[in-house]
Design a protein around this ligand. Structure first.
Ligand code: S3P
Length: 445
């Protein structure tokens, strides 16, 4: 049952808060722990639906995964030791689970069938099917009327798979990671060439688990990631930092609501993820990083944010991969900035949990922002700091099974005159359990 919610003009945001663990790192922590031999321990794991879907899938493939008061213990089966799941594996809304687990199964002599919700079932899977098929996996996918390969998908893995060198045709950390995971159980050298850098958590964590992996970057920033299989992974103790993609929502809310002053503690600020914070600073946002340190190879800091008058900006297309999930909330910030913000090169936003260019353009227009939708981006004329009109009662913003659309319009509601009602808050559970409660606490005065 969809659960609508109204977010309305807020008191200033205040306090020191923490956001849940990083979603990307949480998936990888579970997957690599399941492939190590012995007992790994994970603290700070995101206990959101997407990550729980990965945990359930790994259990179905033989890993013993337990959670006691937020400390997760994983007894891994070893690379090559995955078992065939007895049932269809339902991955809910989680694109990362689908693409990474397809990679994992591809090089094991097991088969698995994956399904997902209405949103995940529309997302393109050809981008992982092509390289994994080249490695020898036999993959059968549903074909859509317009010829796209989508879930449900059955992957019949092969052992030994054929190692290969693959140049990523789309900037996608999920595709890169799927191939590297397939490479773990593949004898020989698997190499991924990444013309545009994407989040590098897989490489960092694979090295941490003892895989034979190296990364070289040439003068143009093209990265060559080389993995030698078959790998033996050693169990680890992992601390997952707060998710910068979740921190983005309170950070932008604090920038937009006058009088706000917050600190978000212990947030990952890996440069391959931190593009939004850079852009917001360039827009004039008062954002500072304190207590910088490194945890498990990942840079982490406390982010201090104060309300600021933002200015519009031309967002360069090449920064997109480092803030790919943050455009919805950036568009909200732009709608209240002084002057015009332009974005381009964002074709990938059309194939996320929803078509984010379409949903954001429609929703922002409905709440009174001046937005033009182009094929590859939005152009937004900001209100110059004036609250947006918001929605009349009885009107709803469609969240389209997309957690980040839901949270972006929740934040927009805080900076609006009449408030904003979203049709369904439940997708937020995929990545940010406790979001509503946190907003309440920060705005309780
Ligand atoms: C992710 C990669 C990105 C991102 C997603 C998480 C990951 O997707 O949008 O939320 O954990 O590897 P793409 O690989 O499709 O860019």
């Amino acid at each position: 049952m969809p659960q609508s919610r109204t977010f309305t003009t807020a008191n200033p945001l205040s306090g020191r808060i923490a956001v849940p663990g990083d979603k990307s790192i949480s998936h990888r922590a579970l997957i690599l722990s399941a492939l190590a031999v012995g007992k790994s321990r994970i603290e700070g794991l995101l206990e959101g639906e997407d990550v729980l879907a990965t945990a359930a899938a790994l259990r179905a493939m033989g890993a013993d995964i337990q959670n006691e008061d937020g400390v997760w213990t994983v007894y891994g089966v070893g690379v090559g030791g995955l078992m065939q799941p007895d049932n269809i594996v339902d991955l809910g809304n989680s694109g990362t689970s689908a693409r990474l687990l397809m990679g994992l199964v591809a090089s094991h002599a097991i088969s698995a069938t994956f399904t997902g919700d209405a949103s995940l079932s529309k997302r393109p899977m050809g981008r992982v099917i092509d390289p994994l098929s080249d490695m020898g996996a036999d993959i059968a996918a549903r074909q859509t009327a317009d010829g796209k390969a989508c879930l449900p998908i059955t992957v019949r893995g092969i052992y030994p798979a054929v190692p290969m060198e693959y140049r990523l045709p789309v900037a996608s950390a999920q595709v890169k990671s799927a191939i590297l995971l397939a490479g773990l159980n593949t004898p020989g050298i698997t190499r991924v060439i990444e013309p545009v850098p994407t989040r590098d958590h897989s490489e960092t964590m694979l090295a941490g688990f003892g895989a034979d992996i190296s990364v070289e970057a040439d003068k143009d920033g093209v990265r060559k990631i080389t993995l030698t299989g078959e790998a033996e992974l050693k169990p680890q103790k992992i601390k997952v930092p707060g998710d910068p993609s979740s921190a983005a929502f309170p950070v932008v809310a604090a920038l937009l609501v006058p009088g706000s002053d917050i600190v978000v503690e212990n947030v990952g600020i890996n440069p391959t993820r931190a593009g939004l914070f850079t852009i917001l600073q360039q827009m004039g946002g008062d954002i500072a990083f304190e207590n910088k340190h490194t945890v498990g190879g990942e840079p982490v800091a406390d982010i201090c944010v104060k309300h600021s008058m933002l200015s519009g900006i031309d967002v360069p297309a090449d920064i997109a991969p480092s803030m790919i999930d943050e455009f919805p909330i950036l568009f909200v910030a732009a709608a209240l900035a002084k002057g015009t913000t332009t974005t381009s090169g964002l074709y990938e936003l059309r194939v996320k949990e929803s078509d984010r260019l379409l949903q954001m353009a429609k929703g922002l227009q409905a709440i009174g922002a001046d937005v033009t939708e182009k094929e590859d981006g939005l152009t937004i004329k900001g209100s110059g700091g004036k609250p947006l009109p918001g929605l009349d009662s009885g009107h709803l913003i469609a969240t389209a099974l997309d957690h980040r659309i839901a949270m972006s319009f929740s934040v927009a509601g805080l900076a609006s005159k009449k408030g904003v009602t979203i049709d369904d808050i439940s997708p937020v559970e995929t990545s940010f359990p406790g979001f509503e409660q946190l907003i309440k606490e920060m705005t309780s005065g």
